[in-house]
Design a protein around this ligand. Structure first.
Ligand code: ATP
Ligand code: MG
Length: 139
């Protein structure tokens, strides 16, 4: 079932360089409502659980280490066509290929330290949102 919500994280490189406010501004200016919001330090175990789908990929170990290297900001966002529109707003995984005006073009440092996460499907948006927020936190 299609939903109008997606899930994002502001990644450790961006939180450490004080870009939380700048990125949340781009998100709100992009027409998204912030449904849920929290700043969290992931343990390597919990980061590994979140990225379980990438377990077999060569960068998994580094990704887990990076995602637990500093606090992240987790958020559930709402807008019509949220998943696809948010992937457009964040831009390509590799910032060298990210379009002008995207969050990754402005804030990402590398293909790994790429400032933000965005869910890739409605199903994953729901799973990922529930990973961080209880039902009474999703308003
Ligand atoms: P995300 O899921 O974080 O929104 P994405 O969907 O654009 O990013 P994925 O293919 O799902 O990209 O990869 C998840 C994350 O793993 C990337 O955002 C990046 O931090 C890291 N990553 C992806 N490819 C590489 C790579 N070749 N080398 C190092 N890290 C990578
Ligand atoms: Mg992805």
């Amino acid at each position: 079932m299609a939903t109008n919500r997606t899930f994002t994280m502001i990644k450790p490189d961006a939180t450490q360089e004080n870009h939380i406010g700048g990125i949340l501004s781009m998100i709100e200016e992009g027409g998204f409502r912030i449904v849920s919001l929290k700043k969290v330090l992931l343990t390597p175990e919990r980061a590994g659980q979140f990225y379980e789908v990438h377990k077999e990929r060569p960068f998994y170990g580094d990704l887990v280490k990076y995602m637990s290297s500093g606090p992240i900001v987790a958020a559930i966002l709402e807008k019509d066509n949220a998943v696809a529109d948010f992937r457009t707003l964040i831009g390509a995984t590799n910032p060298a290929q990210a379009a002008e005006g995207t969050i990754r073009k402005k804030y990402a440092k590398s293909i790994e330290a790429n400032a933000v996460h965005g869910s890739d499907s409605d199903e994953n948006a729901q799973i990922e949102g529930n990973f961080f927020f209880t039902a009474d936190e999703q308003f």
